[in-house]
Write a protein that binds this ligand. Sequence first.
Ligand SMILES: NC(=O)c1ccc[n+]([C@@H]2O[C@H](COP(=O)([O-])OP(=O)(O)OC[C@H]3O[C@@H](n4cnc5c(N)ncnc54)[C@H](O)[C@@H]3O)[C@@H](O)[C@H]2O)c1
Ligand SMILES: [Zn+2]
Length: 342
Amino acid sequence: MKTLSIQGGRGQSDIHVGESLDNLKHYVPENRRIIIITDSVVRDLYGKRFPSGDVISIGIGEKIKTLATLEHIFHRLIEMEADRSVFIVGIGGGIVCDTTGFAASLYLRGVDFGYVSTTLLAQVDASVGGKTGVNFGGYKNMVGVFNQPGFVICDPALLETLPAKEIACGFAEIVKHAIIADADMFAFLEQNSPKALVLERSVIQRLVFESVDIKAGVVEQDEREQGERRKLNFGHTFGHAIEKTASLRHGEAVSLGMVIAGALSVEKGLLHPDEQGRIVALLKSLGLPVRMEVDKQAVLDAMQKDKKRQGDSIKFVLADGLGQALVQDVSLQELADVVKRL
Ligand SMILES: NC(=O)c1ccc[n+]([C@@H]2O[C@H](COP(=O)([O-])OP(=O)(O)OC[C@H]3O[C@@H](n4cnc5c(N)ncnc54)[C@H](O)[C@@H]3O)[C@@H](O)[C@H]2O)c1
Ligand SMILES: [Zn+2]
């Protein structure tokens, strides 16, 4: 097991990569009442291994990441007579983590919480960095707060029950981390993608650790996304727009978004065409889409509504070679031209 820490504005978060769900109770301070928030799938699979305590189950899918689910959680916490001494643990994927963190940040003006992240995407991305929140009014993650979990447990054994498509989505974020921050990690991924795909323990643990390390480093510099943290949006401007318009999973849409962002980086002379070729080949080898027919106008319309848009331009993340990124104001017109050319 390896541990990394993030020093956030509202406390420290310790991320334990390679720790087991079975040791969860050792991370909750003594004499605290544990309340677990999970989803129905994770509860069916792993509920027997949860430490004793009350469990609040939420449904599955983006549609339940809402204020209504928060209300449900608050009602249950009141019924359980949860006071400020409770310790809430979210056990699940990104949806459970984002919702749990937000609920715990609001209940009684904030109670302590931690996560056991059970999807690859949650381990390398969603559970790290302190962004919590739910969807609202048709916009993803529109309401929420920055607040770090006290701890995160990333148990690689839990990934073995994940469907292949969910695993691929986690790889999209891992590739993103390598592109923006670590050329050696990119090369390691290229050499080890078959082993990564079958979740070979040493390979997956290294990739999760390095991903967390990169994200934690960026978040420590810029917890509230004023600058450096924007780099984590590589592939996400187009990714989010594609996700909204085509029925694709987030990681699949981000894979397509990274291909487009890479192409734009090549056009701007920042990325060598061979490097772009390596990005495309790596994504393919990890079971991610790199080409797809999309409704171009719908993608552009969705981009107009990007909540990170500022006037007529978007702070767009470009690959500055492999292993580095930079953020540039790119006009909506220029982005529309790229989409039309593809
Ligand atoms: N806070 C952040 O910084 C951040 C970053 C990235 C993504 N996110 C959010 O994360 C969410 C997506 O997370 P996700 O991809 O983990 O989705 P998810 O939470 O919906 O999990 C995917 C599916 O896998 C199931 N599942 C979970 N663990 C399992 C296991 N071990 N075995 C089998 N099935 C399992 C879940 O029940 C669910 O049906 C999005 O809402 C996104 O906005 C947040
Ligand atoms: Zn993402």
